[in-house]
Ligand binder design. Structure first.
Ligand code: AQP
Length: 337
């Protein structure tokens, strides 16, 4: 039997998931889940690197995120769904990596620089160390592929650098300690932009709710957000004009969600007089995409004990592989086992 390639990915439970998370990551996990052996975790240890007051909502957001994976089409029979902090090997491997990772590799990470600016005087060490923990998440499972949005590409490169360094220092040519993972970044939806600024990525931590569409937004909220979203006063609607980032973002969103080609969208928009004609179409398409996800989400959340059982099964399956890898890394590094 041919061994399936292994995939690992995750989302932080830092708030309500948005269509950027869905199009950049979760939708791609769903589409390829039959092809691979899948591990999808809710990365709660990453979530506490933010500056917000997460404590009251962390557990609830973790459950909500796992439920949204399933509601979006992740099948627990085909994919292992688990919570990162349930497997202590993630934090332990991150510590081992900390001791071989040069500080300047982390200081040049774009996401660190951007998020550190937002944290002001209070930048925590965890924020700097975020990519090391992410490397541990991926390498613990010896993942072949990591499906993520464009924003995570640099972190994936760092993961590979850490794996190479460990292999060079503690492995040998015939028995490398780690397999080198590859990013899986699909061009379409890799970078969904904010609804209030076409030059910034849509993000859970943006203070404005109007910057994003949550997967659990009701039809009224979706309509309100799209009606208020930023557009421009130029004539016509167009893709790929760097001076019109909002136009490109909204047309791309419609194209992906409606499952149309760029040419089809261009020809459909040719007869439109402006945003007033286009926005109702986009609203309708977003509502139609999210409605089945929301229905399934309600079922998952309301079925007593179901989600807890999925996460308990996931924990057991993930632990088996993770602690095996951790043991072999510690042995390669010279620890008394
Ligand atoms: N705007 C986006 N477009 C496409 N993909 C995106 N992703 C995030 N934003 C977009 C992808 O979603 C996955 C999970 O991301 P995350 O929660 O681990 O962290 P993030 O990348 O920092 O996402 P957010 O929404 O901006 O969260 P906060 O504000 O909490 O930091 C990743 O695969 C990511 O690429």
């Amino acid at each position: 039997m041919i061994q399936k390639k292994r995939v690992l990915s995750g989302v932080q439970p830092t708030g309500n998931l948005h269509i950027g998370n869905y199009l950049g990551a979760i939708r791609n996990w769903v589409e390829s889940q039959a092809e691979y052996e899948n591990f999808f975790c809710v990365v709660d240890l990453h979530a506490i690197t933010g500056s917000g007051n997460y404590r009251l909502e962390l557990a609830e957001n973790t459950r909500r995120t796992a439920a949204l994976y399933i509601a979006s089409g992740i099948d627990p029979e085909l994919s292992t769904v688990f919570v990162q902090s349930h497997i202590s090997a993630h934090a332990e491997l991150a510590w081992l990596f900390n001791c071989i990772t040069p500080l300047n590799w982390l200081e040049r990470m774009i996401q660190f620089k951007e998020k550190a600016l937002k944290q002001g005087e209070n930048v925590n060490v965890g924020l700097l160390d975020y990519p090391v923990l992410m490397a541990a998440d991926i390498l613990l499972y010896q993942a072949d592929y990591v499906p993520v949005g464009e924003d995570q590409k640099q972190h994936l490169e760092l993961t590979r650098d850490i794996a190479v360094r460990i292999n060079d220092q503690f492995g040998n040519k015939t028995h490398p300690v780690f397999k080198l993972p590859n990013p899986l970044i699909r061009k379409e939806g890799a970078r969904v932009m904010s609804l209030i600024d076409g030059n910034s990525k849509m993000s859970k931590s943006d203070p404005s709710d109007f910057s994003r569409i949550h997967l659990l937004d009701n039809p009224d909220a979706i309509a309100k957000k799209i009606k208020k979203c930023k557009t421009d006063a130029e004539r016509g609607l167009e893709f790929d004009n760097p001076n019109r980032p909002e136009s490109h973002n909204l047309l791309s969103l419609y194209m992906i969600l409606a499952g149309k080609t760029k040419e089809q969208v261009i020809s459909e928009c040719e007869t439109m007089r402006g945003w007033g004609d286009f926005k109702p179409l986009l609203i309708e398409t977003i509502i139609a995409t999210l409605q089945p996800i929301q229905t399934k989400y309600a079922e998952v959340i309301n079925e007593s004990g179901y989600l807890d059982q999925v996460l308990a099964n996931g924990r057991e399956k993930a632990a088996e592989i993770a602690f095996d890898t951790l043991k072999s890394v510690k042995s390669a590094m010279g620890f008394l086992i």
